[in-house]
Write a protein that binds this ligand. Structure first.
Ligand code: GLN
Length: 446
Protein backbone atom coordinates (compact mmCIF):
# COMPACT_ATOMS: atom_id res chain seq x y z
CA UNK A 1 0.00 0.00 0.00
CA UNK A 2 2.82 2.41 0.90
CA UNK A 3 4.51 1.68 -2.41
CA UNK A 4 1.26 2.24 -4.34
CA UNK A 5 0.82 5.65 -2.76
CA UNK A 6 4.48 6.55 -3.38
CA UNK A 7 4.11 5.58 -7.06
CA UNK A 8 0.92 7.57 -7.34
CA UNK A 9 2.53 10.67 -5.91
CA UNK A 10 5.43 10.33 -8.35
CA UNK A 11 3.13 10.00 -11.38
CA UNK A 12 0.83 12.73 -10.15
CA UNK A 13 3.65 15.28 -10.16
CA UNK A 14 3.15 15.35 -13.93
CA UNK A 15 -0.50 14.38 -14.36
CA UNK A 16 -2.02 16.40 -11.48
CA UNK A 17 -5.11 14.21 -11.33
CA UNK A 18 -5.72 14.47 -7.58
CA UNK A 19 -6.88 17.37 -5.43
CA UNK A 20 -6.43 15.33 -2.24
CA UNK A 21 -4.38 12.17 -1.69
CA UNK A 22 -5.80 10.25 1.19
CA UNK A 23 -2.48 8.76 2.27
CA UNK A 24 -2.85 7.75 5.92
CA UNK A 25 -6.46 6.55 5.71
CA UNK A 26 -5.72 4.59 2.52
CA UNK A 27 -2.70 2.85 4.01
CA UNK A 28 -4.54 1.87 7.17
CA UNK A 29 -7.57 0.63 5.17
CA UNK A 30 -5.27 -1.43 2.94
CA UNK A 31 -3.43 -2.85 5.94
CA UNK A 32 -6.73 -3.93 7.47
CA UNK A 33 -7.66 -5.76 4.27
CA UNK A 34 -4.20 -7.35 4.18
CA UNK A 35 -4.51 -8.52 7.77
CA UNK A 36 -7.95 -10.02 7.15
CA UNK A 37 -6.75 -11.58 3.87
CA UNK A 38 -7.75 -10.38 0.41
CA UNK A 39 -11.02 -11.96 -0.75
CA UNK A 40 -9.96 -13.95 -3.83
CA UNK A 41 -13.58 -14.30 -5.01
CA UNK A 42 -14.05 -10.53 -5.15
CA UNK A 43 -12.05 -8.74 -7.86
CA UNK A 44 -12.54 -5.38 -6.12
CA UNK A 45 -10.99 -6.46 -2.82
CA UNK A 46 -8.00 -4.30 -1.91
CA UNK A 47 -8.03 -2.38 -5.21
CA UNK A 48 -7.17 1.35 -5.10
CA UNK A 49 -9.90 3.69 -6.35
CA UNK A 50 -10.06 7.43 -7.04
CA UNK A 51 -13.23 9.41 -6.30
CA UNK A 52 -14.34 12.55 -8.13
CA UNK A 53 -14.26 15.47 -5.74
CA UNK A 54 -18.00 16.16 -6.03
CA UNK A 55 -18.82 12.97 -4.11
CA UNK A 56 -18.90 13.66 -0.39
CA UNK A 57 -16.58 11.65 1.82
CA UNK A 58 -16.89 11.80 5.59
CA UNK A 59 -13.98 13.69 7.13
CA UNK A 60 -12.11 13.88 3.81
CA UNK A 61 -11.99 17.27 2.11
CA UNK A 62 -14.56 17.50 -0.71
CA UNK A 63 -14.30 20.63 -2.84
CA UNK A 64 -16.14 20.08 -6.16
CA UNK A 65 -13.03 21.96 -7.40
CA UNK A 66 -14.57 25.20 -6.13
CA UNK A 67 -13.16 27.88 -3.88
CA UNK A 68 -16.66 27.80 -2.36
CA UNK A 69 -15.86 24.43 -0.75
CA UNK A 70 -12.08 24.86 -0.50
CA UNK A 71 -11.88 23.49 3.05
CA UNK A 72 -15.15 21.61 3.27
CA UNK A 73 -15.13 18.34 5.22
CA UNK A 74 -18.44 16.49 4.86
CA UNK A 75 -20.14 14.73 7.75
CA UNK A 76 -21.29 11.74 5.69
CA UNK A 77 -20.21 9.59 2.76
CA UNK A 78 -21.97 9.27 -0.61
CA UNK A 79 -23.80 5.95 -1.08
CA UNK A 80 -21.79 4.97 -4.17
CA UNK A 81 -18.50 5.57 -2.35
CA UNK A 82 -19.68 3.69 0.72
CA UNK A 83 -20.70 0.74 -1.44
CA UNK A 84 -17.26 0.57 -3.06
CA UNK A 85 -15.60 0.66 0.34
CA UNK A 86 -17.96 -2.05 1.57
CA UNK A 87 -16.94 -4.09 -1.49
CA UNK A 88 -13.30 -3.83 -0.38
CA UNK A 89 -11.99 -1.02 -2.56
CA UNK A 90 -9.56 1.45 -0.99
CA UNK A 91 -10.16 5.15 -1.64
CA UNK A 92 -6.74 6.67 -2.26
CA UNK A 93 -7.84 10.19 -3.09
CA UNK A 94 -10.22 12.76 -4.52
CA UNK A 95 -9.82 13.69 -8.15
CA UNK A 96 -9.74 17.01 -9.97
CA UNK A 97 -12.70 18.17 -12.06
CA UNK A 98 -14.34 21.23 -13.56
CA UNK A 99 -15.87 23.38 -10.83
CA UNK A 100 -19.23 21.83 -9.84
CA UNK A 101 -18.82 19.52 -12.90
CA UNK A 102 -19.43 22.40 -15.32
CA UNK A 103 -17.09 22.05 -18.25
CA UNK A 104 -15.48 19.61 -20.61
CA UNK A 105 -11.73 19.92 -20.03
CA UNK A 106 -11.16 20.10 -16.24
CA UNK A 107 -9.65 23.55 -16.85
CA UNK A 108 -12.48 25.12 -14.83
CA UNK A 109 -11.01 23.72 -11.60
CA UNK A 110 -10.24 26.41 -9.03
CA UNK A 111 -7.14 24.46 -7.94
CA UNK A 112 -5.07 22.81 -10.66
CA UNK A 113 -4.77 21.81 -14.30
CA UNK A 114 -4.85 18.08 -14.98
CA UNK A 115 -2.84 16.88 -17.99
CA UNK A 116 -3.76 14.17 -20.45
CA UNK A 117 -1.35 11.30 -19.66
CA UNK A 118 -0.99 10.50 -23.39
CA UNK A 119 0.31 14.02 -24.07
CA UNK A 120 0.86 16.51 -21.26
CA UNK A 121 0.10 19.45 -23.55
CA UNK A 122 -3.49 18.23 -24.04
CA UNK A 123 -6.63 18.32 -21.91
CA UNK A 124 -7.85 15.18 -20.13
CA UNK A 125 -11.44 16.07 -21.00
CA UNK A 126 -14.03 16.74 -18.38
CA UNK A 127 -15.66 17.35 -16.19
CA UNK A 128 -14.37 14.11 -14.60
CA UNK A 129 -10.89 14.64 -16.10
CA UNK A 130 -8.99 13.84 -12.90
CA UNK A 131 -10.68 10.46 -12.49
CA UNK A 132 -10.04 9.51 -16.13
CA UNK A 133 -6.39 10.64 -16.07
CA UNK A 134 -5.80 8.80 -12.77
CA UNK A 135 -6.95 5.53 -14.37
CA UNK A 136 -5.21 6.11 -17.71
CA UNK A 137 -1.89 6.90 -16.00
CA UNK A 138 -2.14 3.72 -13.94
CA UNK A 139 -2.38 5.47 -10.58
CA UNK A 140 -5.58 3.59 -9.75
CA UNK A 141 -7.42 0.68 -11.37
CA UNK A 142 -10.81 2.31 -11.03
CA UNK A 143 -12.39 5.67 -10.36
CA UNK A 144 -15.83 7.20 -9.99
CA UNK A 145 -17.06 10.14 -12.02
CA UNK A 146 -20.37 11.88 -12.60
CA UNK A 147 -22.01 12.53 -15.94
CA UNK A 148 -24.62 15.25 -16.53
CA UNK A 149 -24.02 15.76 -20.25
CA UNK A 150 -20.98 13.61 -21.04
CA UNK A 151 -18.57 14.06 -18.14
CA UNK A 152 -17.75 10.37 -17.78
CA UNK A 153 -17.85 9.31 -21.43
CA UNK A 154 -15.93 12.22 -23.00
CA UNK A 155 -12.91 12.01 -20.64
CA UNK A 156 -12.96 8.21 -21.04
CA UNK A 157 -12.72 8.80 -24.79
CA UNK A 158 -9.90 11.36 -24.48
CA UNK A 159 -7.91 9.06 -22.16
CA UNK A 160 -8.39 5.75 -23.99
CA UNK A 161 -10.27 3.99 -21.17
CA UNK A 162 -13.73 2.60 -20.40
CA UNK A 163 -16.33 4.91 -18.81
CA UNK A 164 -19.97 4.12 -18.11
CA UNK A 165 -22.87 6.47 -17.47
CA UNK A 166 -25.59 4.16 -16.18
CA UNK A 167 -29.34 4.59 -16.67
CA UNK A 168 -30.75 7.51 -14.68
CA UNK A 169 -31.82 6.03 -11.35
CA UNK A 170 -29.50 3.02 -11.51
CA UNK A 171 -27.04 4.49 -8.99
CA UNK A 172 -28.03 6.53 -5.96
CA UNK A 173 -27.09 10.20 -6.18
CA UNK A 174 -27.08 10.58 -2.39
CA UNK A 175 -23.92 12.48 -1.59
CA UNK A 176 -23.27 13.68 -5.13
CA UNK A 177 -23.05 17.48 -5.06
CA UNK A 178 -25.95 18.29 -7.38
CA UNK A 179 -25.54 19.99 -10.76
CA UNK A 180 -28.53 19.07 -12.94
CA UNK A 181 -30.51 16.68 -10.76
CA UNK A 182 -32.63 15.22 -13.57
CA UNK A 183 -29.47 14.43 -15.59
CA UNK A 184 -26.73 13.57 -13.07
CA UNK A 185 -25.55 9.97 -12.77
CA UNK A 186 -22.49 8.45 -11.08
CA UNK A 187 -20.47 5.81 -12.93
CA UNK A 188 -17.14 3.99 -13.10
CA UNK A 189 -13.91 4.48 -15.07
CA UNK A 190 -11.66 1.45 -15.62
CA UNK A 191 -9.19 0.08 -18.13
CA UNK A 192 -11.28 -2.97 -18.97
CA UNK A 193 -14.96 -3.68 -19.62
CA UNK A 194 -15.01 -6.51 -17.07
CA UNK A 195 -13.67 -4.28 -14.29
CA UNK A 196 -16.22 -1.65 -15.21
CA UNK A 197 -19.13 -4.09 -14.96
CA UNK A 198 -17.85 -5.25 -11.56
CA UNK A 199 -17.70 -1.71 -10.22
CA UNK A 200 -21.18 -0.86 -11.49
CA UNK A 201 -22.54 -4.03 -9.90
CA UNK A 202 -21.08 -2.84 -6.59
CA UNK A 203 -22.52 0.71 -6.67
CA UNK A 204 -25.97 0.16 -8.26
CA UNK A 205 -29.26 -0.23 -6.46
CA UNK A 206 -32.11 1.48 -4.70
CA UNK A 207 -31.31 3.77 -1.80
CA UNK A 208 -33.80 5.15 0.69
CA UNK A 209 -31.86 8.45 0.63
CA UNK A 210 -32.48 9.04 -3.10
CA UNK A 211 -36.09 8.77 -4.15
CA UNK A 212 -35.09 8.81 -7.83
CA UNK A 213 -33.01 5.66 -7.39
CA UNK A 214 -34.75 2.77 -9.08
CA UNK A 215 -36.18 -0.28 -7.33
CA UNK A 216 -35.33 -2.46 -10.35
CA UNK A 217 -33.34 -5.53 -9.41
CA UNK A 218 -29.60 -5.14 -9.90
CA UNK A 219 -28.19 -7.96 -12.05
CA UNK A 220 -24.56 -8.96 -12.13
CA UNK A 221 -23.64 -6.63 -14.99
CA UNK A 222 -20.93 -9.05 -16.06
CA UNK A 223 -23.38 -11.94 -16.54
CA UNK A 224 -23.31 -11.85 -20.36
CA UNK A 225 -19.81 -10.50 -20.95
CA UNK A 226 -18.81 -13.47 -23.08
CA UNK A 227 -22.13 -13.99 -24.88
CA UNK A 228 -21.04 -12.16 -28.05
CA UNK A 229 -23.18 -10.05 -30.38
CA UNK A 230 -24.48 -12.66 -32.85
CA UNK A 231 -28.13 -11.88 -33.59
CA UNK A 232 -28.01 -8.35 -32.14
CA UNK A 233 -29.15 -5.35 -34.15
CA UNK A 234 -27.00 -2.24 -33.77
CA UNK A 235 -28.14 1.18 -35.00
CA UNK A 236 -25.82 3.81 -36.45
CA UNK A 237 -27.49 7.23 -36.19
CA UNK A 238 -27.01 9.40 -39.28
CA UNK A 239 -27.06 12.55 -37.15
CA UNK A 240 -24.05 11.37 -35.09
CA UNK A 241 -21.82 10.93 -38.12
CA UNK A 242 -22.48 14.24 -39.82
CA UNK A 243 -20.90 17.64 -39.87
CA UNK A 244 -18.57 18.59 -37.03
CA UNK A 245 -17.29 15.05 -36.45
CA UNK A 246 -13.63 14.60 -37.46
CA UNK A 247 -13.18 12.30 -40.40
CA UNK A 248 -10.65 10.15 -38.53
CA UNK A 249 -13.23 9.60 -35.78
CA UNK A 250 -15.95 8.77 -38.30
CA UNK A 251 -13.75 6.20 -40.05
CA UNK A 252 -12.98 4.42 -36.78
CA UNK A 253 -16.69 4.21 -35.89
CA UNK A 254 -17.53 2.80 -39.34
CA UNK A 255 -14.70 0.28 -38.92
CA UNK A 256 -16.16 -0.72 -35.53
CA UNK A 257 -19.54 -1.24 -37.21
CA UNK A 258 -17.83 -3.59 -39.71
CA UNK A 259 -16.21 -5.48 -36.85
CA UNK A 260 -19.61 -5.94 -35.22
CA UNK A 261 -20.98 -7.29 -38.51
CA UNK A 262 -18.12 -9.76 -38.70
CA UNK A 263 -18.97 -10.82 -35.15
CA UNK A 264 -22.52 -11.62 -36.27
CA UNK A 265 -24.48 -8.46 -35.49
CA UNK A 266 -26.71 -6.70 -37.95
CA UNK A 267 -25.88 -3.00 -38.37
CA UNK A 268 -28.59 -0.65 -39.60
CA UNK A 269 -28.72 3.08 -40.18
CA UNK A 270 -31.15 4.90 -37.88
CA UNK A 271 -32.27 8.49 -37.41
CA UNK A 272 -32.61 10.61 -34.28
CA UNK A 273 -34.04 13.72 -35.93
CA UNK A 274 -34.05 16.09 -32.93
CA UNK A 275 -30.35 15.64 -32.15
CA UNK A 276 -29.43 19.12 -33.35
CA UNK A 277 -31.56 20.82 -30.68
CA UNK A 278 -29.96 18.82 -27.88
CA UNK A 279 -27.09 21.08 -26.89
CA UNK A 280 -29.25 24.22 -26.75
CA UNK A 281 -32.02 22.55 -24.78
CA UNK A 282 -29.53 20.91 -22.40
CA UNK A 283 -27.85 24.21 -21.50
CA UNK A 284 -31.20 25.76 -20.62
CA UNK A 285 -32.44 22.81 -18.58
CA UNK A 286 -29.20 21.87 -16.82
CA UNK A 287 -28.37 25.51 -16.05
CA UNK A 288 -31.87 26.06 -14.67
CA UNK A 289 -31.46 23.09 -12.37
CA UNK A 290 -27.95 24.24 -11.45
CA UNK A 291 -29.10 27.77 -10.59
CA UNK A 292 -31.56 26.26 -8.16
CA UNK A 293 -29.15 23.66 -6.73
CA UNK A 294 -26.38 26.20 -6.15
CA UNK A 295 -28.59 28.52 -4.08
CA UNK A 296 -27.40 26.64 -1.01
CA UNK A 297 -23.89 28.09 -1.31
CA UNK A 298 -24.76 31.30 0.47
CA UNK A 299 -21.84 31.76 2.85
CA UNK A 300 -23.97 30.63 5.79
CA UNK A 301 -24.43 26.90 5.42
CA UNK A 302 -21.28 25.49 3.86
CA UNK A 303 -17.65 26.31 3.28
CA UNK A 304 -16.38 29.67 2.17
CA UNK A 305 -17.61 33.01 3.49
CA UNK A 306 -16.24 36.35 2.27
CA UNK A 307 -14.51 38.63 4.79
CA UNK A 308 -15.36 42.25 5.62
CA UNK A 309 -19.03 42.09 4.71
CA UNK A 310 -21.46 44.79 5.79
CA UNK A 311 -24.75 42.91 6.24
CA UNK A 312 -26.55 39.70 5.34
CA UNK A 313 -27.15 40.63 1.72
CA UNK A 314 -23.52 41.65 1.39
CA UNK A 315 -22.46 38.22 2.77
CA UNK A 316 -24.42 36.54 -0.03
CA UNK A 317 -23.17 38.84 -2.75
CA UNK A 318 -19.51 38.88 -1.74
CA UNK A 319 -19.37 35.17 -0.96
CA UNK A 320 -20.91 34.15 -4.27
CA UNK A 321 -18.95 36.73 -6.27
CA UNK A 322 -15.63 35.54 -4.83
CA UNK A 323 -16.47 31.86 -4.34
CA UNK A 324 -17.74 30.86 -7.80
CA UNK A 325 -15.65 30.84 -10.98
CA UNK A 326 -16.69 32.37 -14.30
CA UNK A 327 -18.26 29.27 -15.87
CA UNK A 328 -20.40 28.58 -12.80
CA UNK A 329 -21.58 32.20 -12.79
CA UNK A 330 -22.42 31.93 -16.47
CA UNK A 331 -24.65 28.90 -15.77
CA UNK A 332 -26.35 30.55 -12.78
CA UNK A 333 -27.18 33.61 -14.88
CA UNK A 334 -28.45 31.54 -17.79
CA UNK A 335 -30.53 29.32 -15.51
CA UNK A 336 -32.01 32.13 -13.44
CA UNK A 337 -32.96 33.97 -16.62
CA UNK A 338 -34.58 30.91 -18.22
CA UNK A 339 -36.69 30.27 -15.12
CA UNK A 340 -37.80 33.84 -14.52
CA UNK A 341 -41.40 34.94 -14.99
CA UNK A 342 -41.81 36.23 -18.52
CA UNK A 343 -39.09 34.00 -19.99
CA UNK A 344 -40.06 30.62 -18.57
CA UNK A 345 -42.43 29.72 -21.41
CA UNK A 346 -40.01 30.80 -24.13
CA UNK A 347 -36.96 29.01 -22.70
CA UNK A 348 -37.44 26.47 -19.94
CA UNK A 349 -40.76 25.12 -21.16
CA UNK A 350 -39.61 24.95 -24.79
CA UNK A 351 -36.45 23.12 -23.79
CA UNK A 352 -38.47 20.65 -21.72
CA UNK A 353 -40.65 19.99 -24.77
CA UNK A 354 -37.55 19.38 -26.89
CA UNK A 355 -36.40 16.91 -24.27
CA UNK A 356 -39.62 14.92 -24.74
CA UNK A 357 -39.10 14.88 -28.52
CA UNK A 358 -35.58 13.55 -28.02
CA UNK A 359 -36.82 10.82 -25.67
CA UNK A 360 -39.40 9.83 -28.31
CA UNK A 361 -36.65 9.64 -30.96
CA UNK A 362 -34.82 7.02 -28.91
CA UNK A 363 -38.02 5.12 -28.06
CA UNK A 364 -38.77 4.77 -31.76
CA UNK A 365 -35.25 3.63 -32.65
CA UNK A 366 -35.11 1.11 -29.81
CA UNK A 367 -38.17 -0.64 -31.25
CA UNK A 368 -35.85 -1.93 -33.96
CA UNK A 369 -32.36 -2.06 -32.47
CA UNK A 370 -30.75 -3.46 -29.33
CA UNK A 371 -28.00 -0.85 -29.15
CA UNK A 372 -26.85 2.38 -30.73
CA UNK A 373 -23.23 2.82 -31.84
CA UNK A 374 -21.83 6.35 -32.17
CA UNK A 375 -18.73 8.43 -31.61
CA UNK A 376 -18.35 9.66 -28.03
CA UNK A 377 -16.85 13.02 -28.97
CA UNK A 378 -16.29 14.70 -32.34
CA UNK A 379 -12.50 15.01 -31.84
CA UNK A 380 -9.61 13.65 -29.81
CA UNK A 381 -8.23 15.58 -26.84
CA UNK A 382 -7.31 19.14 -27.83
CA UNK A 383 -4.54 21.40 -26.54
CA UNK A 384 -4.73 22.86 -23.03
CA UNK A 385 -6.00 26.43 -23.31
CA UNK A 386 -7.46 25.94 -26.80
CA UNK A 387 -11.16 26.15 -25.90
CA UNK A 388 -11.37 27.40 -22.35
CA UNK A 389 -12.22 30.93 -23.48
CA UNK A 390 -14.62 29.74 -26.15
CA UNK A 391 -17.57 28.22 -24.29
CA UNK A 392 -19.73 27.70 -27.39
CA UNK A 393 -17.12 25.47 -29.06
CA UNK A 394 -16.62 23.59 -25.83
CA UNK A 395 -20.40 23.09 -25.46
CA UNK A 396 -20.65 21.57 -28.97
CA UNK A 397 -18.20 18.82 -27.99
CA UNK A 398 -21.02 17.16 -26.07
CA UNK A 399 -23.48 17.01 -28.98
CA UNK A 400 -23.43 13.19 -28.98
CA UNK A 401 -23.35 12.58 -25.23
CA UNK A 402 -25.94 15.14 -24.07
CA UNK A 403 -28.93 13.45 -25.80
CA UNK A 404 -28.24 10.29 -23.78
CA UNK A 405 -28.62 12.24 -20.52
CA UNK A 406 -31.73 13.97 -21.86
CA UNK A 407 -33.31 10.51 -22.15
CA UNK A 408 -31.65 9.00 -19.07
CA UNK A 409 -30.21 6.07 -21.06
CA UNK A 410 -27.09 4.04 -20.28
CA UNK A 411 -24.05 5.03 -22.37
CA UNK A 412 -20.55 3.57 -22.33
CA UNK A 413 -17.40 4.90 -23.97
CA UNK A 414 -14.51 2.60 -24.81
CA UNK A 415 -11.36 2.86 -26.93
CA UNK A 416 -11.87 2.25 -30.65
CA UNK A 417 -8.44 3.28 -31.99
CA UNK A 418 -6.11 6.23 -32.37
CA UNK A 419 -5.97 9.36 -34.49
CA UNK A 420 -2.66 11.27 -34.60
CA UNK A 421 -1.41 9.33 -31.61
CA UNK A 422 -4.36 10.20 -29.39
CA UNK A 423 -7.08 7.76 -28.30
CA UNK A 424 -10.56 7.84 -29.87
CA UNK A 425 -13.65 6.55 -28.07
CA UNK A 426 -16.82 4.92 -29.31
CA UNK A 427 -20.11 5.12 -27.52
CA UNK A 428 -22.57 2.27 -27.01
CA UNK A 429 -26.03 3.45 -25.96
CA UNK A 430 -28.54 1.00 -24.54
CA UNK A 431 -32.22 0.73 -23.66
CA UNK A 432 -33.17 1.99 -20.20
CA UNK A 433 -31.76 -0.37 -17.52
CA UNK A 434 -30.15 -2.63 -20.12
CA UNK A 435 -26.54 -2.09 -19.08
CA UNK A 436 -26.02 -5.87 -19.40
CA UNK A 437 -26.35 -5.68 -23.20
CA UNK A 438 -24.10 -2.62 -23.36
CA UNK A 439 -21.33 -4.45 -21.49
CA UNK A 440 -21.91 -7.60 -23.55
CA UNK A 441 -21.32 -5.74 -26.82
CA UNK A 442 -18.43 -3.73 -25.36
CA UNK A 443 -16.66 -6.88 -24.24
CA UNK A 444 -17.19 -8.54 -27.63
CA UNK A 445 -15.32 -5.64 -29.24
CA UNK A 446 -12.53 -5.35 -26.65
N1 GLN B 1 -19.60 19.50 -20.55
C1 GLN B 1 -20.96 19.47 -20.12
C2 GLN B 1 -21.26 20.69 -19.29
O1 GLN B 1 -20.40 21.47 -19.13
C3 GLN B 1 -21.24 18.22 -19.33
C4 GLN B 1 -20.73 18.27 -17.96
C5 GLN B 1 -21.08 17.08 -17.15
O2 GLN B 1 -21.50 16.04 -17.67
N2 GLN B 1 -20.97 17.22 -15.84
O3 GLN B 1 -22.34 20.85 -18.80
Amino acid sequence: AKQTIANMKETDKDVQAFITINEDEAISAAEKIDAAGVDEQNILSGIPVGIKDNLVTKGVKTTAASKMLGNFKPIYTATAVQKLTDAGMVMVGKTNMDEFAMGGSTENSAFKTTKNPWDYTKVPGGSSGGSAAAVASGQVLGALGSDTGGSIRQPASFNGIVGMKPTYGRVSRWGLIAFGSSFDQIGPFTKTVADNAAMLTAIAGQDQHDLTSSDKAVPNFAEKLDAGVAGMTIGLPTEYLGEGVDDSVKQLILAAAKTYEQLGAKVVEVSLPHTRYGVAAYYILSSSEASSNLQRFDGIRYGFRADNTKNLEDIYVQTRSQGFGDEVKRRIMLGTYSLSAGFYDAYFKKAAQVRTLMINDYTEVFKNVDLILAPTAPTTAYALGAEVNDPMTMYMNDAMTIPVNMAGLPGLSMPVGFADGMPVGMQLIGRPFDEVTVYQAANAFE
